[in-house]
Design a protein. Structure first.
Length: 481
């Protein structure tokens, strides 16, 4: 029996410490030197959960069992204030480019006829040029209109997963009735739950890696994103949770946690643990309407309030990051690009990126946070955004039936955003609003009229899965024989 899936995003990196590039020499000598350096540079495994809320992990007090994630937090550092965009595509665009998502045109779910602009060089392209083996397993959601936007044409040597935002976890069919399950640009039919299939594939990538190169693996789960579907055997253990959506969501999260445990077990079996940086994150806040919890934080997915943008995040690296560390410095998704390039020994200019290299923070040094802007375009074509200049946060909520206008919060003293301080600090409000409005951006390439749940006919269809199949629209994505 099919169950209701959960959106969970995890980002993990496995690394061997060394930030020294290969020495200059002849081509032959350089190749030999790069081989030696690859044994020192870290493997990077990025594990991202899809729609996992701040209150959906055990170490934040959740009733959901997440022993693997909790052990990661104990073995390394957990970020207490880690921020993403409020919706998945902008977070992924910022992660892959190192630029502000609005600057790429991706300020919401990416349009069906669009793709992340080719002018941006992506993280896997940098790493591949530096001698890394690169692979993506799971969700892409940065362009499916043309094959040039596919991940295997953006720096990933191999791709196994889905191109769009979500599918039925068992049939792998989208709400539009399209089969979306690929291996290297070819659609394939495979049986099984997406979480289990992604886990199996990630393990194969690790076991069959090129041992002469460091590995960069982006494991991008589609759990616990709706439709909420989990194995009956796990769901049955959550009888204590009365709400059916929360119960199914919990089972999806635990299933993913088990998968991560298997992946980390494969890393250990290969003797790579000490050489591995593991980063675990969600792509945005949880959706309470689909079973998620953001704890005491306000709102959720799609909102620029804390529940939509503050998410779980962990980094482990035995040789560099001390165990049981809690990082209180605010951090954002923008900072992974310069940080990982630095760790991989790639020389880049700090001014090239929107975020800051936080390697000093990971290695236990004091590092002041820098202001940043996050947000997203929501269904209905209006956008929310927030600027965080610690400890202050100015949020522009746009105009809705529930909330509107701008608000100023001291989120260090008031993490639940209960007290608007805008009238008390007009000059600060004006300064932050100017920063918010001056954020570089280009015309949006995201869906202009994202379908609401009710526009799909059945208000709860997004929880039930999809079974009607038709071929993908792109000829290049033909069914593989």
């Amino acid at each position: 029996m099919k169950k209701i899936p959960i959106l969970f995003v995890i980002f993990c990196c496995c690394c061997t410490l060394s930030c020294k590039p290969a020495p200059e020499s002849t081509h032959t000598e350089k190749t030999q030197s790069e081989t030696e350096t690859s044994k020192q540079r870290p493997n990077i495994i990025l594990i991202m959960a899809d729609d996992l809320g701040f209150g959906d992990v055990g170490y934040n007090g959740s009733e959901i069992r997440t022993p693997t994630i909790d052990n990661l937090a104990k073995s390394g550092a957990r970020f207490d204030r880690y921020y993403t965009y409020a919706i998945c595509s902008p977070t992924r665009a910022a992660l892959m480019t190192g630029h502000h998502a609005f600057e790429t045109g991706v300020d919401g779910p990416i349009g069906l006829d669009k793709g992340l602009p080719m002018e941006f060089k992506l993280l896997p392209e940098f790493l591949q040029e530096a001698g890394y083996q690169t692979a993506i397993v799971g969700k892409w959601h940065l362009g499916a209109a043309e094959t040039k936007y596919f991940p295997q044409n953006r720096g990933f040597e191999s791709f196994y997963g889905i191109l769009h935002g979500f599918t039925d976890h068992y049939t792998h069919i989208t709400p539009r009735g399209e089969l979306d399950w690929q291996r290297n640009g070819k659609s394939i039919r495979e049986e099984g739950h997406s979480t289990e299939l992604f886990t199996d594939e990630a393990i194969k990538v690790i076991e069959n890696r090129n041992s002469e190169k460091p590995l960069f693996l982006f494991l991008s789960y589609t759990a616990p994103h709706s439709p909420l579907q989990a194995p009956d055997s796990i769901t049955a253990t959550y009888e204590n949770i009365k709400h059916p959506l929360r119960r199914e969501f919990a089972a999806m999260v635990e299933q993913m946690d088990m998968g991560i445990g298997r992946v980390l077990g494969a890393v250990a079996k290969q003797g790579l643990t000490d050489n591995t940086l593991v980063i675990f994150v969600s792509d945005n806040g949880g959706n309470p309407r689909a079973g998620a919890s953001n704890g005491s934080l306000q709102q959720g997915k799609g909102s620029a309030l804390e529940g939509g943008i503050r998410v779980p995040a962990i980094a482990t690296w035995p040789s560099t990051i001390n165990a049981n560390t809690v990082i209180h410095r605010p951090a954002s998704v923008h900072e992974w690009m310069p940080t990982l390039l630095h760790i991989a020994g790639i020389d880049v200019n700090a001014s090239d990126w929107y975020g800051e290299n936080i390697y000093p923070t990971l290695s236990g040094q004091e590092q002041l946070p820098t202001p940043f802007v996050v947000g997203a375009r929501r269904p209905g074509n209006f956008r929310q955004a927030a600027v965080i200049d610690w400890p202050w946060k100015l949020v522009d909520l746009g105009t809705t039936n529930e909330i509107s206008g701008s608000r100023l919060f001291n989120i260090e003293d008031d993490p639940t955003e209960s007290h608007d301080r805008k009238l008390e600090h007009p000059e600060l409000t004006a300064r932050l609003m100017e920063k918010l409005e001056s954020t570089p951006e280009v015309p949006s390439i995201t869906e202009k009229e994202a379908a609401t749940f009710t526009q799909r006919g059945d208000p709860l269809r997004f929880l039930k899965g999809y079974t009607e199949e038709k071929l993908p629209p792109a000829a290049e994505a033909a069914i593989a024989e």
